[in-house]
Design a protein around this ligand. Structure first.
Ligand code: GLU
Length: 399
């Protein structure tokens, strides 16, 4: 183990999209690790991809991290560090660990800079995944720069980590296959190898990787910010996506997380994103607020729910949207009806029959909206009688 007295970590987002929950989770783990060991946490925007990086995304990421309370000690922009990368590319060309070559056989006139792959086995100890081995032969002589002054990600990341004396690279598991290339470059420039810790992927309830294409707005931190979630609740939720304290305690403030965080307790297996759990964390964090703030949140919630004061008009196709048929939607509503007001029983039934199949028709029957609070919150706001009335109405319409 490297000296934990001098921990320096970095969060290295590419500003090619808004702040993603996976990015926020990685930032948090880096932050917790640094603060736990009295080290330094650096934020480094990797804007080397000039076509996809924008200032707007950079601002969104920075604002989102600040809103969450993940404060950095230093900020850097890769685009302002080109001279440093260039000096390393030149060094590599000089010492023969890189060479100028054609981009591809199809395009012999276009020149790029390739790394001279020693074709060897690379082994590293990952704090989370254990011993990882790669044969680098299949990577061939990969490209490290488009030209001497246009370095690519692998080179920039290694140079920056080296120059910034990064001791621990804590990042998403999707980067594990980049690690052998980066280790080879480190060896070529004589850089010390940092300790790696690859965090488990975040997946949905079906164990599918969370992606903006498949999951839409739920991957953006802004979505939760706009919906009124407390930053402390999100942090607590993110911390538990891949880590647990090994005790019964679940509600943690940020300072408490810093105190409790232990990277050895980060799991290897995928971390499941569970929105119900986030809602629960949010409720619990609201309870930590002073009385007057709690009352203000409650009043705002009720104000926002004004629209559900009158029974909604229902679209029958929509009510059956998540179930396969209207008959199934109706059956599930009928079975749910006597359970309204008994949260545990309703949840149990939903778990048996499929959450979306049960909870969506209820939610829609109660609110008539695509977007609304979860059915349990709606039942709480509307009351059991009014909720039952609306569900009965939906059942009638589905007959
Ligand atoms: N810039 C990379 C990304 O946004 C992260 C690189 C790293 O952590 O090494 O995915």
């Amino acid at each position: 183990m490297k000296d934990l007295q001098n921990v320096i970590v970095r969060m290295a987002p590419s500003p090619t999209g808004n702040l993603h929950i996976g990015t926020a989770r990685t930032a948090l783990f880096n932050y917790l690790f640094a603060r736990r060991h009295g080290g330094k946490y650096i934020l480094r925007f990797e804007d080397t991809d000039k076509t996809r990086s924008t200032k707007e995304f950079e601002k969104n990421i920075l604002d989102g991290l600040m809103w969450l309370g993940i404060e950095n000690d230093e900020v850097y922009l890769s685009s302002e560090r080109t001279d440093i990368y260039v000096s390393y590319v030149k060094k590599m060309l000089d010492n023969g660990t890189a060479y100028v070559a054609e981009a591809s056989e199809l395009n012999p006139d276009k020149k790029v800079i390739r790394f001279k792959n020693p074709n060897k086995k690379v082994v590293f100890e990952d704090l989370i995944r254990g011993t990882v081995e790669f044969d680098t032969t299949e990577l061939e002589d990969f490209i490290i720069a488009r030209s001497v002054d246009d370095p690519l990600y692998h080179l920039a990341v290694v140079v920056d980590d080296h120059e910034m004396k990064i001791t621990h690279v804590i990042r998403g598991e999707d980067h594990i296959s980049n690690t052998p290339r980066q280790i080879l470059i480190q060896e070529a420039i004589g850089a010390e190898r940092p300790i790696y810790a690859h965090l488990p992927l975040i997946v949905d309830a079906d164990h599918k990787k969370l992606s903006k294409r498949k999951h839409g707005a739920m991957v953006w931190v802004d979505t939760y910010k706009d919906e009124g979630y407390l930053p402390g609740a999100l942090l607590n939720f993110f911390a538990f996506m891949g880590w647990n304290p090994g005790t019964e305690k679940e509600i943690f403030t940020l300072p408490e997380l810093v105190e409790a965080f232990d990277i050895d307790r980060v799991q290897k297996g995928a971390a499941v994103f569970n929105i119900e759990k986030l809602k629960w964390f949010n409720k619990e964090h609201i309870k930590l607020l002073p009385e007057d703030e709690q009352a203000a949140i409650r009043a705002k919630e009720i104000g926002e729910e004004e629209y559900i004061k009158t029974a909604p008009e229902l679209d029958l196709e929509k009510i059956a949207w998540k179930t396969s048929t209207k008959v199934e939607a109706r059956t599930n509503l009928e079975k749910s009806l006597p359970l309204i007001g008994d949260k545990d029983a309703l949840m149990k039934f939903a778990e048996e029959a499929g959450k979306g199949n049960v909870l969506w028709p209820i939610r829609y029957a109660l609110s008539g909206k695509d977007k609304s609070p979860d059915p349990f919150t709606l039942i709480e706001i509307l009351g059991v009688d009014e909720s039952k009335k609306r569900i009965e109405k939906a059942i009638d319409q589905l007959l």
